[in-house]
Write a protein that binds this ligand. Structure first.
Ligand SMILES: [Mn+2]
Length: 408
């Protein structure tokens, strides 16, 4: 008899001697008086939003709809380190989100009780000593998540969610960074399922910097970092041409050539000051017109918010959006064809004792979850695309509108 069979036989023998579970429960002092109480905001295991937790990477056959996945990697940052603790910070900041009380008035939905199963899959145990291997680990883990069957394909169909090039639904992963470099292996994985995707990038920085001109680039390894990963994604064909957009940009550049490279990489740009000149609705309309019905990855660097709201980040820039402004923009994006979400660059060591950054960042994830739960507007875009001129050349918004992955 094999060792595993011996263990199983032993376990069965022990189980047969125990009383039935129900009989055991009736006289249990906790169960009798307080049984089945849900956890409170401050009690319980700290999963994201008190979601059920499972180390999914150890269960490659388990089905998933929406998975929260921590990516504690920060070995490629240019200024303050510490985003490896981002997943921990985001989970802590999410403690007041509970499925029993998660119905949001602006979007009229509870994303944790909407017919799609949402679980916290724990973290990818990325090595902190070898960035190249860490990038491969992130890619392998993300591909592992995408390769699983979904639990509620009828619901996904009902919501109009994007199918992969294989005609099947694939899980949606909400990645908790980590520094922004993690998005390169994520885009690589998503590209293998959907083909080239659009990117909606909330950030103070463009992150499309040409690695040949990026400070500190002294080797092949160093050319991949949290300021250059979108350039690599463009060069590898992971991003669909002329159909991505930044929102909230306000950093300094080497010169105008950085912005030329940015256009080459496929991005339009909304400056942080556009909110004063044009308002929230204009920004949301411009985003929807640019993305249309393309499969889109939403990548949020928490430094898009002003450092007075989110001090806990690696490269803070003054003059950012308030958390209220950003949430209103996100609320206006219902209907996007979202295939992946990440929230990155939260470095809790620079937060206040009140965890203001972590709470704001976790609330953005709540809003993204709500967008996922509300599904895709199959008409594509806002319908106001023709009124918006990107002014950056390339494909017009009308050309981008209405496309599906089949046409790529
Ligand atoms: Mn940034």
């Amino acid at each position: 008899m094999r060792y595993s069979q011996l263990l199983l036989a032993f376990a069965l023998a022990i189980a047969s001697t125990l009383p039935p579970a129900e009989a055991h429960k009736t006289d249990d002092p906790w169960t009798t008086e307080f049984g089945n109480l849900p956890d409170l905001a401050f009690s319980g295991f700290t999963t994201f939003a008190h979601l059920p937790g499972r180390k999914c990477l150890d269960h490659p056959d388990s089905a998933l709809d929406i998975a929260v996945l921590g990516v504690p990697f920060d070995s490629a940052v240019s200024f303050r380190p510490g985003a490896r603790f981002g997943p921990y910070g985001l989970r802590s900041g999410s403690r007041r989100q509970r499925h029993e009380r998660a119905w949001g008035q602006p979007l009229q939905i509870n994303p944790y009780d909407s017919g799609l199963d949402v679980i916290d899959c724990g973290d990818i145990p990325v090595t902190p000593f070898d960035p190249a291997t860490a990038i491969r680990q992130i890619n392998a883990a993300y591909r592992s998540m995408l390769a699983r069957p979904v639990l509620n394909s009828a619901k996904m169909d009902d919501l109009g969610m994007q199918r992969g090039l294989d005609g099947e639904f694939h899980p949606r992963v909400v990645a908790l960074g980590g520094d922004h470099t993690i998005v390169l292996p994520i885009l690589d994985a998503l590209h293998s399922v959907y083909g080239p995707v659009s990117v909606l990038h909330f950030d103070a920085h463009i992150d499309t910097w040409n690695p040949k001109r990026y400070s500190g680039s002294v080797s092949l390894q160093s050319e991949l970092n949290h300021g250059t990963f979108f350039w690599h994604a463009y060069e590898n064909g992971f991003i669909k041409g002329n159909s991505s957009i930044h929102a909230g940009i306000r950093t300094r550049f080497s010169g105008p050539e950085d912005l030329d490279d940015d256009i080459t990489a496929g991005f339009d740009l909304i400056h942080t000051f556009d909110i004063d000149d044009h308002g929230v609705d204009w920004i949301a309309d411009k985003i929807k017109a640019r993305i249309g019905s393309n499969p889109v990855v939403i990548s949020l660097d928490v430094d898009v918010m002003d450092p007075s709201y989110v001090p806990a980040t690696g490269t803070p820039e003054s003059g950012g959006w308030t958390s209220r402004e950003l949430r209103r923009i996100i609320h206006s994006l219902v209907g996007l064809n979202i295939v992946g979400v990440d929230v990155v660059e939260l470095a809790p060591a620079y937060d206040t004792n009140a965890e203001i950054s972590a709470i704001a960042a976790a609330d953005m994830i709540f809003d993204f979850m709500s967008l996922l739960a509300l599904g895709v507007d199959r008409k594509g875009g806002s319908g106001s695309a023709s009124e918006i001129d990107s002014g950056r050349g390339g494909e017009t918004e009308q050309e981008v509108l209405g496309r599906t992955v089949d046409e790529l």
